[in-house]
Write a protein that binds this ligand. Sequence first.
Ligand code: F6R
Length: 244
Amino acid sequence: IFDNLKQGSVFIAQEIAGIIRRKQAEGKNCVLGLATGSSPKTVYAELVRMHREEGLSFKNVISFNLDEYYPLDNDALQSYNRYMGEQLFNHVDIDPKNINIPNGEWPKEEIKKYCAEYEALIESTGGIDVQILGIGNNGHIGFNEPGSSRFSRTRLVTLENSTRIANSFEFANISQVPRMAVTMGIDTIMKARKIYLMGWGPMKAPVIQKAVEENVTEQIPASLLQQHNDAIFVVDEMAAAELT
Ligand code: F6R
């Protein structure tokens, strides 16, 4: 629990930078699992600052993003492909061919094949070293909505209306918010060797309490992280307000 979002974000950025540098020193790639939305923006800003001011290099980084709206053009204002360029990738020295993001333009008839390839690619890199996550007000991680299987893998999912409403500020109106998304599964996320879930602000307090202190249930997907052996919830005082 940190005093504020800034301190929590700097902590996560330092952890990520430490893993990147350690693997660099070993001559190895570092595989990052990345999230979008409002929660990780300050983490990315801090990583960009460390790249500019402290020589943090992303040359050995391979990245996999959690999710993308479906269908959606890659250059749409709301696309997570675009978001990642703006928030992080355009400002650091990552090799563009090491960037992997589910694609809102994948053809529908072949989507199962693309999802299976995404999974296979994660495995062939040796798996995710560190995964960062936000949390939905309904407990979703990635776009794994309540009721998603613990054993789910990357797939096409239907978004809950509450998620579409929560994210509608990014779109002209609610009818423009895609009804579907491609997301890594819960099992994909649980295979990451280390996980940081971040929650900031009073809106996240009820779901943080449920995910951390109540029973493990697929109805609150983030609660499944209780069964991971290296998952850390990083929250500010406001998001921690309902913890006992
Ligand atoms: C985004 C993602 C989502 C968000 C969650 C919280 O890639 O996977 O699970 O992390 O919806 O969103 P924010 O951070 O906007 O509150």
